[in-house]
Design a protein around this ligand. Structure first.
Ligand code: FAD
Length: 432
């Protein structure tokens, strides 16, 4: 009999909750990773995240091989793969870490049933957050829908127990000793290798120490860039939260925003299915103008701050938070284009794309979400530039032709767009 540990968004051997429990199960552990065809079929061939995942799986494999162990890497539909594994292996138990997205919940329920019919279970552990699901609740035992009181309760509940790392290394002797067949190549799954440079997984202590003063200025490049590593679990949230406690309360607050949106997605899964958190916002009559949408995507709106953000995204798969807020607001409020198109565009381009944070960020910007900016507060791209890029360093980096005749005229007038937005929002919200 063996225990199987299924890696998903937790690509590390150290301080990994589900893997820790698998290693303590009393059965030799076979690690498994599935390149999920259902997810991969929707991605473009040059999606750099596949290269990132691939390199992390190879690194895990070489660490395991040094221990005389190995990893089973499959490509296909998870249900079919689990059916085959359940029929061919003598599985005592299967272990994994919880994933709070609607698709993942459905998939794990199905896999759990497959395992049950062969006498095993799929045990899922909390790993990617400090607090999950309904762990942080109001005094009336309801789910928080507003960030500030949530963060207060989060901090009150926190103690060393929740932050301590799992000592996986002590149990590394419990992996099954075996040799796996090779990993399916990226090419065989329809993907090209990307040569994009991925951000480091080391916590940039200097940046985090000065995070509060500098984080809002995109030209300073003063944020941690750890989003990608948090998304794929190539760093541990427990270790990062301990560092944040030491280095910067403001930085810890951002990690709490991440958990806030994770618990929103879990408790209000309709937000992950294209619905507004506040249903009244689904009455807005959005535009689907392809030409304007393309100009937004390409960073050709004639608003240099908006264009700089979009061009940064297109070039390196990252956009500074200030610009995520501004570009999202510009698409939904200035252009009145359905924010779900923008949400999907970010999902395709961001290396750190995460459904909960992306959806939360978009709904915040549109005004339809939890604790959102009031809808009548509409960012002025020029005022944002004056405040957050006063020397135009960020703009010059990404929009070098700004100020020349090669740069486009604004595609909408700020004041007209503002009035049109207020009228459209008012009409929709009044009908509710
Ligand atoms: P830092 O500023 O160094 O923060 C550290 C970490 O805290 C981040 O990596 C992230 O995990 C978390 N964090 C910070 N701010 C937020 C926030 N507002 N909400 C949730 N988590 C936060 N974040 C994503 O991780 N994935 C997304 O797909 C995503 N989409 C967004 C879309 C929009 C429209 C907006 C307004 C925000 C979005 N964010 C998203 C939140 C935020 O912009 C990014 O987390 C941040 O810019 C990533 O850069 P960093 O790693 O340098 O973050």
């Amino acid at each position: 009999k063996v225990s199987i540990f299924w890696f998903r968004r937790d690509l590390r051997l150290h301080d990994n909750a589900g893997l820790y429990h698998a290693l303590k199960s009393g059965y030799p552990v076979v690690p498994l990773f599935i390149f999920d065809k259902i997810i991969l079929d929707d991605l473009s061939a040059n999606d750099p995240r596949l290269t990132f995942i691939y390199q992390e799986i190879e690194s895990i494999q070489s660490q395991l091989q040094e221990l005389g162990a190995d990893i089973m890497v499959e490509y296909g539909k998870p249900e079919e793969i689990w059916e085959r594994l359940a029929a061919t292996l003598d599985i005592a138990e299967a272990y994994t870490n919880s994933d709070y997205e609607p698709y993942a919940i459905e998939r794990d329920t199905k896999v759990g049933k497959i395992l049950e019919s062969s006498g095993a279970t799929l045990k899922a552990y909390k790993d990617q957050v400090i607090f999950e699901k309904k762990e942080v609740m109001t005094g009336q035992n309801t789910v928080y829908t507003v960030y500030t009181p949530y963060s207060r309760a989060w901090k009150e509940k926190l103690n060393d127990f929740y932050l301590s790392s799992y000592p996986n290394k002590k149990y590394f002797g419990n992996f099954l000793h075996w040799k796996s067949s090779s990993i399916p190549s990226l090419k065989s799954m329809g993907f090209e290798k990307s040569d994009l440079e991925f951000p480091s997984r080391q916590t940039p202590d200097e940046k985090v120490e000065h995070y509060a003063e500098n984080r809002d200025f995109p030209a300073k490049d003063a944020t941690s860039r750890l989003g990608l590593h948090l998304r794929f679990g190539t760093i541990s949230i427990r270790k990062l939260a301990r560092e944040a406690q030491q280095l910067s309360p403001t930085y810890l607050n951002e990690l709490i925003w991440r958990e806030f949106y994770q618990q929103v997605l879990w408790n209000f899964p309709h937000v992950g299915r294209g619905k507004s958190f506040k249903p009244a916002f689904d009455h807005i009559r959005w535009s689907y103008d392809q030409e304007l949408f393309k100009k937004w995507c390409d960073g050709q709106t004639g608003y240099p701050m908006v264009d700089a953000g979009m061009r940064q995204l297109n070039a390196i798969g990252f956009m500074h938070n200030r610009l995520r807020m501004l570009t999202a607001s510009f698409l939904s409020k200035h252009l009145l284009i359905d924010w779900r198109l923008g949400e999907a565009y970010f999902a395709e381009k961001l290396l750190d794309y995460d459904m909960a944070a992306n959806n939360g960020g978009w709904q915040w910007s549109v005004g339809s979400g939890n604790d959102a900016a009031p809808y009548f507060r509409i960012f002025s791209p020029d005022a944002q530039q004056k405040r957050f890029d006063p020397n135009m360093e960020y703009i010059k980096r990404w929009v070098p032709e700004f100020g020349t005749s090669a740069y486009p005229e604004p595609i909408v007038d700020h004041k007209e767009a503002r009035d049109r937005c207020l009228a459209a929002y008012k009409r929709a919200l009044d009908t509710d």
